[in-house]
Write a protein that binds this ligand. Structure first.
Ligand code: 26Q
Length: 818
């Protein structure tokens, strides 16, 4: 095999050559976009050779392969991380320097694939990076949405959504794989006939959608492994032709084509809010069916039709319930296409599939109307009915006479398909994403399942890839770490703890703090350039960035800032360490209360700016269009990380880990992975406040919480809440926050007053913030805490998470020694 070396000179020659051949331009004449494409395709050439070798290696070694199914992969930009994983940053940096190209300007030209909403999608992306870096053969499978998550503009203090047409300039990283295209069938009916004493099921009169796969390479760090992310695109089998036009069918034909292709048009922007939309069901079946067909074809090519061996060769992981139709789809293919009987097929399915749950929020639990499933997927519906019959028979034995209990665990009940029950019942493993979340799944959400099948439950704490979230986004801190403890930590992040003794080294702390300051300056420049906001880098940078949701309690943060403002305004002698409160959040377009909170934060920002003394000490910045790229600028610049979810509600959180790794100190509740962060750093290096999860769960059960008593006794809260509705914040629209105000104080039909205990936890939060303020004034103390946070973040690398998944669930053999 010819191997081209990619030293500095060949990189330069490649870029210059591509610009000449594709654009007819010299470097001096080329636009940044053209240079980006020439550079990215140079990197792609380098990856392509490894990709071919990896493919061969998997086939000859017959290694077990993971298929990670997810409706979201929030990848972020690839170019820089690919160069990093090729261990070629020096060669590329020098080459670009000699060509007089500013690398930062070029990196910005890459469109960001925002094929995800938040934590679940970003976790899938971090997992892909770790899987390749640990040489575990994997294919990630999802949908090639033409429009990713909307882009957010703030206009007059409110969120406005713009379409994200990310493929407009083409996508350097994708490769269509036409030989793996297949058909997915919808609607129609199923004919049952008996042949030689066996029932056969034939799907007839269906509508066909073609599934075209586009593969993206996933490069492992310092290894030859390159895995694939396979994104399926929907295409109508209809080809528009002149005879349609002549016969007047043209408009009809075009409309049908549009309908089929709509399947891969857009990513749904709802995060943790389920709605039974037909198009979403189509998306889910479309990509799971195409994926399963491919998996079986590939298996058969390598192993023949020896289906008993499927669980040895293949493991299929279902990222939340969204790809759960993979379960009946695998049953269908094994029975109707490969001729297996039910028992054989079911045994194979339940040895091959595993499931991770990402939320206990009731409104996120997927339920599909049975009628919709019966009409759209008639054969899948039949299989679900039979699965449900067998499951209920088994449960009935376990819980004789307990109809209500069995009903709660059923796959189908009251005319709805319960996806979580399907996934728990039919897979061999149900996983939680932090220790606390795993415990809550066993004790609450899936309590009854846990009683019947306790061996299925596991909890593996989430992680983040330190390659993107430390090495790529914070190169200066990475160099300081390398100078101090060497580079072995990159492959074994537990070694980051060797940094802990440096917390007591004053010279080291100075360097650590100087890097934080440079990162703050970089964020300041970013905010100036992107949205024209000026921020003083001498302020403490305090950030809360994550999807906007009531349970994440951006409201707690915002109300506290309003209280600080009031203290300043009411008391001329009040002072505090100056602080910039930075928010980055998108609200689901239909989630009105979340949009009101964004409007409140922006109104608060304006209120403070208008007050000469308040703005000496406080600033509120709303970072527009928070995405992976802006996170990579924000997080390294942050000193205080706000992780405020109502205890029990945040399954894990992963932003908390990114901030910690970059030396931010956390203020947070004992929720999700915050619990484990507190165990790593110790209670002296984190600010924990608020109710514990067991108390929260008890309070939901007894239902006696009344925020009105807090409102009546705490005048600071009363004043702040009153300002929501008295025109202080929005004189031009004084009624705008009425509903928000109401939700914090009054119960409504079907909803509790202050359902996430904002008022209840306010006092405790405010006291923790006072400690933050005091400690920040002591620079040595603060910097010591910051260093400890980075030093103890090693366990939160997704490399650790993936090793645990592999040891307990997947059982693959790495392609190379580790
Ligand atoms: C479901 C049905 C219909 C429409 C939308 C949805 C839907 C979409 C997205 C349901 C849930 C989500 C996203 C969930 C999510 O991001 N959960 C987060 O997962 C992270 C990774 O495990 C955790 O760290 C977070 O705590 C958890 O909130």
């Amino acid at each position: 095999m010819p191997t081209t070396t990619f030293d500095k000179e060949s990189i330069k020659a490649s870029i210059v050559g591509k610009l000449q051949r594709y654009n007819g331009r010299t470097i001096k004449e080329a636009s940044n976009q053209q240079i980006y494409r020439a550079l990215a395709s140079t990197v792609r050439d380098q990856i392509m050779q490894k990709w071919m070798i990896s493919r061969q290696e998997r086939k000859t070694s017959k290694a077990k392969r993971l298929y990670y199914l997810s409706v979201e992969f929030l990848m972020g930009r690839s170019l820089y991380c690919n160069i990093l994983n090729l261990v070629s940053t020096d060669a590329y940096q020098q080459a670009l320097k000699e060509l007089d190209i500013n690398i930062d300007d070029v990196l910005k030209e890459e469109p960001e694939p925002a094929l995800g909403n938040g934590g679940l999608g970003r976790l899938a992306a971090c997992f892909m990076d770790s899987l390749a870096s640990l040489d575990l053969p994997t294919m990630g499978c999802s949908i090639r949405y033409e429009y990713g998550l909307f882009r957010q503009k703030i206009i007059d203090g409110q969120q406005v959504e713009l379409p994200d047409y990310w493929l407009g300039n083409g996508n350097v990283w994708e490769m269509p794989v036409m030989e793996d295209a297949c058909e997915v069938h919808f609607n129609g009916h199923v004919d049952m006939t008996e042949e030689n004493g066996r029932m056969t099921f034939v799907h007839r009169d269906y509508n066909t959608v073609e599934a075209i796969p586009y593969d993206m390479p996933i490069v492992g760090y310092d290894t030859s492994t390159v895995n694939s992310l396979r994104l399926w695109s929907a295409r109508s089998p209809k080809r528009m032709n002149l005879s349609d036009f002549g016969e007047g069918h043209y408009v009809q034909a075009a409309a049908e084509k549009e309908l089929a292709e709509a399947i891969s048009n857009i990513l749904y922007p709802e995060d943790k809010h389920y709605e039974g939309k037909l198009l979403r069901l189509k998306q889910q079946y479309f990509f799971t069916s195409a994926t399963l067909q491919y998996i079986l074809r590939d298996f058969k090519k390598l192993n023949g039709p020896d289906w008993q061996r499927l669980p040895e060769q293949v493991v299929i992981h279902i990222n939340d319930t969204h790809p759960g139709l993979a379960i009946p789809e695998l049953m269908r293919l094994l029975m109707d296409q490969e001729g297996l009987g039910w028992d054989e097929a079911q045994a194979i399915v339940s040895k091959t599939m595993a499931y991770t749950n990402h939320t206990i929020m009731a409104e996120a639990l997927e339920k599909w109307p049975e009628d919709m499933v019966r009409t759209l997927l008639p054969r899948i519906h039949m299989i679900l009915v039979e699965m449900n019959r067998r499951l209920c028979a088994r449960l009935w034995n376990h819980f004789p006479g307990q109809a209500e209990r069995v009903g709660k665990m059923a796959i189908i009940s009251y005319g709805q398909i319960h996806m979580a029950n399907l996934c728990v019942a039919m897979t061999f493993n149900t996983n939680g994403v932090s220790q606390l979340h795993g415990d809550i799944l066993k004790a609450e959400t899936f309590r009854d399942f846990h009683a019947v099948m306790p061996e299925k439950f596991s909890a593996i704490t989430n992680g983040i890839t330190h390659r993107r979230w430390l090495m790529a986004c914070n190169p200066k801190l990475t160099s300081l770490i390398n100078e101090s403890i060497g580079t072995d930590w990159i492959k074994d992040t537990s070694l980051l703890s060797n940094l802990a003794p440096f917390a007591d080294d004053a010279a080291f702390r100075e360097k650590f703090a100087a890097i934080k300051r440079e990162n703050k300056l970089r964020l300041t420049e970013y905010l100036k350039r992107q949205q024209g906001v000026t921020v003083d880098p001498d302020f403490m940078f305090d950030a809360q960035s994550k999807r906007l949701h009531e349970y994440k309690r951006q409201m707690l943060n915002a109300l506290h800032i309003l209280v600080l403002y009031n203290r300043i305004v009411n008391d001329a002698s009040f002072t505090m360490e100056p602080r910039a409160f930075i928010f980055g959040s998108k609200a689901a377009p239909g989630y009105n209360r979340a949009k009101q909170i964004i409007r409140f934060i922006n109104a608060l920002s304006r209120l403070i700016d208008a007050h000469p003394r308040a703005r000496q000490m406080l600033q509120v910045v709303f970072l527009e269009n928070y995405d992976v790229s802006s996170a990579q600028v924000l997080i390294p610049a942050t000193e205080l990380s706000e992780q405020l979810s109502t205890a029990s509600k945040e399954a894990s959180g992963t932003g908390n880990m990114k901030y910690m790794m970059n030396g931010a100190v956390t203020i947070g509740t004992m929720d999700g992975a915050n619990v484990e962060i507190s165990q790593q750093v110790g209670m002296d290096n984190i600010y924990i406040f608020g109710m514990r999860s067991d108390t929260v769960l008890d309070m939901y059960r007894d239902g006696t919480y009344n925020p009105m008593t807090i409102y009546e006794t705490n005048h600071e809260i009363r004043q702040a809440l009153t300002q929501l509705i008295d025109g202080t914040l929005l004189p031009e629209a004084p009624g705008a926050f009425q509903e928000l105000y109401h939700s914090l104080l009054m119960a409504d039909w079907g909803s509790l007053a202050d359902p996430y205990f904002v008022l209840k936890d306010f006092g405790s939060y405010s006291m923790a913030q006072q400690r933050v303020n005091q400690d920040y004034a002591d620079k040595d103390k603060w910097n010591r805490m910051a260093v400890i946070n980075t030093a103890m973040s090693g366990v939160f690398s997704s490399d650790r998470t993936i090793r645990e998944y592999n040891d307990t669930i997947w059982h693959m053999t790495p392609l190379h020694k580790h």
